[in-house]
Design a protein around this ligand. Structure first.
Ligand code: PLP
Length: 394
């Protein structure tokens, strides 16, 4: 029997991918399953982006590039930060990686020593705690309630800080809740962080463009520019441009930290795919009309899903600010129905009895809730919610 490392034994495979796989298995076995577990847009990658990739292939742009990304893609990213976010970076402050996931992985390995604490507000993107664990860091989770719209307060942040705190992770709009912090709320968090100069901040802006109101996007740096020297901004093309399979994410921050993350990447994957980099440059430079079209659809589905879920007795779903997720509470139903005892059993029940795949909130550090992805058509959503209603009633 092979003895595995403590490191790998300390982590679990991504639960969201597990739900998707389980749904696929049942489907392969002939069952009629609606998958609402996936964390990716249902749209095709826009044509002008694909065309750029095809041209790159035909031009023989198929070799290694600089580890940290091609100069022209990095330039497009610098312009994106300037134009969209009012943030200024030099080329040595930018690192292009194989998806937003690798950006955070590089960050964890470059920053954390054994036992260093990383503050992660729950509900959180499933991968943060595990990536911190891989780097021998210690996730420190702040729990929030639905009543506080799943957002941490300045007081909660301050309470979680110890002398071992190295990093605070913010993700807004959030996967899985869809909730975004306002500029005011970020200012309050920034006031706390200003008093702890050794703590770094990671702002994961992956869902920046998928928002339902017309307020400008803001992150912690917009609220608190004084944190510039210790904030790392994470973003990517996966969600905005429907490019999850292309595997391109990027990070911006202090040159020293970015240089260390680049060193980690140089000894793991080297550069991300040359072809995907050309496609990503076309995405960033091609205007956001394609994103706007997708957001119109997400907004319409969001409205439907939130109101339809709230019509199910015992379900409570707060409206989101963005993303393509709803994160309703099923706690009352769990408490009153003896067919299941918790959200994990409820997910199993809904998969088997309703043929609908959702991700249990436990995966995101929020038991009692369920994540429903509405990155699918209205007719499928109507069918899915109808089935959930019927199975719960039966
Ligand atoms: N950050 C958040 C909040 C996410 O939801 C995801 C994907 O699910 C990522 C980062 C990583 O995206 P990718 O590695 O596909 O670019």
């Amino acid at each position: 029997d092979v003895q595995l490392s403590d490191r790998v034994n300390s982590i679990k495979p991504s639960p969201t991918l597990a739900v998707t796989n389980r749904a696929a298995e049942l489907r392969a076995a002939g069952k009629d399953i609606i998958g609402l577990g996936a964390g990716e847009p249902d749209f095709d990658t826009p044509e002008h982006i694909k065309d750029a990739a095809i041209e790159a292939l035909h031009n023989g742009f198929t070799k290694y590039t600089a580890v940290d990304g091609t100069p022209s893609l990095k330039n497009a990213i610098i312009n994106k930060f300037k134009n969209d976010n009012g943030l200024n970076y030099e080329a040595n402050q930018i690192l292009v990686s194989c998806g937003g996931k690798q950006s955070f992985f590089n960050l964890s390995l470059a920053l954390l020593n054994d036992g260093d604490e990383v503050i992660i507000p729950a509900p959180y993107w499933v991968s943060y705690p595990d990536m911190v664990l891989v780097a021998n860091g210690k996730p420190v989770v702040i729990t929030t309630t639905q009543a506080q719209r799943f957002k941490i307060t300045a007081a909660q942040l301050e309470e979680a800080i110890t002398h071992r705190t190295r990093l605070v992770v913010l993700n807004s709009p959030s996967n899985p809740t869809g909730v975004a912090y306002t500029l005011e709320e970020l200012k309050e968090l920034g006031e706390v962080l200003k008093r702890f100069p050794n703590i770094l901040v990671a702002t994961d802006d992956m869902y920046e463009h998928i928002r339902f109101n017309d307020l400008p996007f803001c992150n912690i740096l917009n609220a608190c520019p004084e944190l510039y020297d210790r904030t790392i901004v994470l973003n990517g093309v996966s969600k905005a441009y429907s490019m999850t399979g292309w595997r391109i994410g990027y990070a911006a921050g202090p040159a020293k930290l970015i240089g260390a993350m680049k060193k980690v990447q140089s000894q793991s994957t080297s550069n991300p795919s040359s072809i995907s980099q050309v496609a990503s440059q076309a995405a960033l430079e091609g205007g956001n009309a394609c994103v706007d079209t997708m957001v119109v659809a997400f907004r319409e589905r969001h409205e439907y899903v939130v109101s339809a879920l709230n019509e199910i007795e015992g379900v409570e779903c707060i409206p989101a600010d963005g993303t393509f997720y709803a994160f309703p509470s099923f706690q009352q139903i769990i408490d009153n129905d003896d067919r299941f005892n918790n959200d994990i059993e409820l997910a199993e029940f809904l998969l088997n009895d309703a043929g609908v795949a959702l991700v249990p909130g436990s995966a995101f550090g929020a038991p009692g809730n369920m994540r429903l992805s509405f990155a699918t058509s209205m007719s499928i959503l109507e069918d899915a919610i109808g089935r959930i209603k019927a199975a719960l009633k039966a």
